[in-house]
Design a protein around this ligand. Structure first.
Ligand code: BGC
Length: 246
């Protein structure tokens, strides 16, 4: 089934039509900037633009969203407007956009795609998938099954949380060299390793394509690889999640 997959991030909103059975993209990707402030009204306006672009009236949409999401409600708001705390995303977005909506956490969505079509395919045991973007997102899979809504980017570190030091936006904001940032990332990955004993750590998000710049600083006693679907994983996984719901 074709589904419009939308990946809402702290910086950009990306969308494409996805064959949810094969994970194949069916059009040119369409991208807009995440509005600032990222209020529900502003995001809805952005989604209207996307719906018009793809002429997607009334059909199912899968959304990956940078927050904890339970039963269609967003529970947290780290890199988006506070109005999203305890916000009925499914109900309000469906009413405004007149399309059936399925919303899941953005990292969970990207992880689902990577486990189905990328490097996580068939991997047994515990896979930790992390996305390094505006924030740090996480998705945990045990024998391929997702444990949804983990927030491993928010583990305490220094005066704040790891997301503030090891995300890609932290690298840019703190003007860290690849070596300085790579060392922070290495502390983070070792922390995850000590807590969870994974069998594989997969790194996603735009910065994963620059892995050569920082891989020399990564030293963890477990296999660490970059995700293979890169920036499309969130879109594909959002559509796949939507296909699973009636
Ligand atoms: C949010 C997560 C999200 C991640 C990546 C974090 O700040 O709390 O829910 O998955 O950013 O966007």
């Amino acid at each position: 089934m074709d589904i419009l997959g939308i990946d809402i991030g702290g910086t950009g909103i990306k969308a494409n039509i996805v064959n949810s059975r094969t994970g194949k993209l069916k059009a040119e990707k369409f991208k807009i900037k995440t509005p600032n402030p990222a209020t529900p009204e502003a995001i809805i306006q952005g989604l209207q633009q996307i719906i018009e672009h793809f002429k997607w009236e009334g059909k199912k949409i899968g959304i990956g969203f940078p927050a904890v999401i339970k039963n269609g409600f967003t529970a947290t708001a780290t890199n988006i407007d506070e109005q999203f705390i305890n916000y009925n995303l499914k109900g309000n977005f469906e009413q405004a956009l007149k399309c059936p909506i399925v919303a899941v956490n953005d990292a969970d969505a990207a992880g689902i795609a990577e486990m189905s079509y990328g490097k996580g395919k068939g991997v047994k045991g515990l896979v930790i998938f992390i996305t390094l973007g505006t924030g740090i997102g996480s998705a945990l899979f045990f024998n391929g099954k997702l444990l949804a809504n983990t927030e491993l980017g928010h583990l305490k570190y220094k005066k704040s949380v790891f997301e503030k030091y090891a995300s890609n936006s932290a690298r840019e904001r703190l003007k860290l060299s690849w070596s300085k940032w790579g060392k922070e990332l290495n502390v983070y990955l070792n922390h995850l390793y000590l807590l969870l004993n994974p069998d594989l750590i997969l790194i996603g998000g735009g910065v994963s394509k620059h892995f050569n710049q920082y891989k020399a600083y990564i030293d963890v006693p477990v296999r660490v690889e970059t995700a293979s679907l890169l920036n499309d994983a969130g879109i594909i996984g959002a559509a796949m999640s939507a296909a699973l719901e009636p």
